[in-house]
Design a protein around this ligand. Structure first.
Ligand code: AMP
Length: 573
């Protein structure tokens, strides 16, 4: 396929904000791709060249894009930079200068998508001496034969900022419209569930499209594979023990809600161990201690086990809050030093796959029994989550109190009969904790401070996610960070993380790519016309960074609405 054809689709998608229209545009494209062998063009629609589970990044800065533009167009750096300052979007700058470039006659108009995929896929593989030059020549090669609109989207893809507003929901619906026929909403819903389940297992739209082209049976054959990341099942809230029982039935399982981070532990048939976070990042190298514990304390050939890793103080052996161990997730160097300094205990709470067999459709009571059979508990290394199964409210209340005394966040309440639904925030498990005025939100904007804080961002715009359109909507501004490091997070540090993500500056205000997830605590939620979400948080305060979570995981408008209604009703628990 010609890359120009794909770029026309990008343009159409960018121009049409309606999700229905976007689905139609994409389905038309997918129809033409149905018989193409390489379905990876679907990654390009996502602004990527790899499936969603893959962490590889282009590692291309704006500065490198400018160099490549300079090389391919012959236009001076000053001119490119001044245009960029004016327009704020390097993609548009690329389009303009390609239109006016000196070697106007040189466009060959023969850029094909396979070539774009090939060059872009090579970028993350480059390492060592000469990497920058090699990257530069791969990009310039594409830009030299690109038409103006092609140059625009090459640059935007490289900068992870395609701006066509097409989320996973739209891609899923387009695949359905392309590959299946349905008569009514109910039938369509069945296809949505089918494709969504396949996506949650594989995190790979090219694979799903390929299978969907072959039919329903083929889609159903997408199975769990140890070593391949999958989305974790998420929890809903319970308002009290009583409410928990009401929602999941009696008896129910109660487990400590450990204040750590999720770890999906995989061992494949060949004995390879891999650990993924909730963001599907492969963190195996960061956790050699856990790999060791898995070898010693889990007795099975192959498995996928869901767990929470929690930090503890080496001397007092008391559990510590998430913030303490969060550094371990991102650390690439001196790992052993951190293993000693910040030890963790793994608390396994579910099993999805064992010795070649998928267990997700088995009821929780069976899965938890299987899990407890194959794990040899060892405190401060790896063990099963502390659990009781009861129908007695008083006993459950005591257990909840004990969890809080043991420095944990609260309890999880689990339905004994339910299956494990990857990726879904369903009522199969509930969380109950006392500090309910907390939300995970994503930073989408900021404002530089004045005086002493002039170089640093002093306030941060927080956004939730609209579950219907996948857009991020503003809901408040947090500025309560202290200048000095507070919980490992200072203005300066946060500014450092945010600066590369700035997409636009207007005066002291900046727009920020939605990447950094934070947990905030707030006093109250009000309805408000000030923010696009229609709500405003009163006194939101950032309490921690969540490097283990993706922007897609932040609180949805639906959840905010529920929190708002709960506040309105003044239910305290
Ligand atoms: P939240 O992050 O507030 O939505 O709470 C749900 C999270 O609690 C899960 O994603 C897990 O990371 C964590 N968690 C801690 N202990 C457990 C447990 N025993 N069962 C399930 N999830 C747990």
């Amino acid at each position: 396929m010609q890359y120009s054809q794909l770029c026309e689709v990008y343009e159409d998608l960018e121009k049409n904000p309606s999700r229905l229209k976007k689905t139609e545009i994409l389905s038309n494209l997918l129809k033409t791709l149905k018989h193409e062998k390489n379905k990876e063009i679907i990654y390009l629609i996502q602004g990527k060249v790899f499936p969603d589970y893959c962490e590889k990044e282009f590692g291309i800065s704006e500065q490198l894009c400018i160099k490549a533009l300079l090389k391919s167009s012959g236009i001076s750096k000053d001119k490119i930079v001044s245009e960029w300052r004016k327009i704020g979007d390097l993609g548009l700058v690329a389009e303009h200068i390609t239109k006016n470039k000196k070697q106007n006659t040189l466009f060959s108009h023969k850029l094909i998508t396979d070539k774009v995929l090939k060059n872009l896929k090579t970028l993350p593989e480059l390492q060592g001496k000469g990497t920058v030059d090699k990257k530069l020549s791969l990009i310039s090669e594409l830009l030299t034969s690109a038409s103006p609109i092609e140059a625009k989207y090459i640059i935007r893809t490289l900068l992870n900022d395609l701006r066509i507003g097409t989320g996973p929901g739209t891609i899923r619906d387009s695949i359905i419209d392309t590959c299946f026929k349905y008569k009514n909403i109910k039938q369509k819903k069945e296809f949505i569930d089918l494709i969504q389940a396949a996506y949650d297992r594989s995190n790979d739209f090219a694979l799903i499209f390929e299978k969907a082209c072959k039919g329903i049976k083929s889609i159903k054959s997408i199975n769990l594979t140890p070593g391949h990341p999958l989305k974790a099942m998420l929890a809903l809230k319970a308002e009290s023990i009583k409410d928990g029982f009401k929602k999941v039935g009696k008896p129910a399982a109660f487990e400590y809600k450990y204040d750590g981070f999720r770890m999906m532990i995989n061992k494949d048939e060949q004995g390879n161990i891999k650990i993924f976070t909730r963001r599907l990042d492969d963190v195996t190298n960061q956790f050699p201690d856990v790999v060791q514990y898995v070898k010693q304390h889990i007795k099975a050939k192959s498995f996928i086990i869901d767990s929470e890793a929690v930090g503890f103080n080496k001397k007092t052996k008391k559990y510590t809050p998430f913030q303490g161990v969060s550094q371990r997730i991102k650390r690439k160097h001196n790992i052993q030093e951190l293993v000693k300094k910040l030890p963790i205990e793994v608390n396994a709470f579910d099993i999805l796959y064992l010795n070649g067999k998928e267990l997700t459709n088995e009821p929780f009571e069976k899965r938890t029994k299987i899990l407890r059979k194959i794990i040899i508990n060892k405190r401060y290394h790896l063990k099963t989550a502390h659990q009781i199964i009861t129908n007695n409210e008083k006993q459950a209340q005591e257990f909840y109190k004990q969890a809080l005394k043991d420095n944990q966040e609260g309890v999880m309440i689990k339905n004994l009969k339910d299956k494990y639904q990857p990726g879904a925030r369903v009522g199969h498990m509930l969380k109950l904790k006392p500090a309910e005025n907390e939300l995970d939100l994503v930073i989408t904007g900021g404002e530089y401070g004045k005086g002493k804080r002039a170089g640093a961002l002093a306030s941060f715009v927080l956004s939730c996610k609209d579950n219907k359109t996948d857009k991020f909507l503003e809901i408040g501004k947090a500025s309560g960070l202290k200048e000095k490091e507070e919980l490992g997070l200072s203005f300066i540090e946060l500014t450092k993380k945010i600066k590369p993500l700035i997409t636009k500056e207007h005066g002291r205000k900046v727009d920020i790519k939605p990447k950094i997830v934070v947990t905030i605590r707030y006093q109250n939620i009000q309805r408000s016309p000030t923010y696009k979400s229609g709500f405003a948080l009163r006194f939101p305060r950032i309490i921690q960074l969540r490097p283990d979570r993706k922007a897609d995981d932040v609180a949805t408008l639906k959840e905010i609405n529920e929190d708002y209604e709960r506040h309105e009703l003044k239910i305290r628990y």
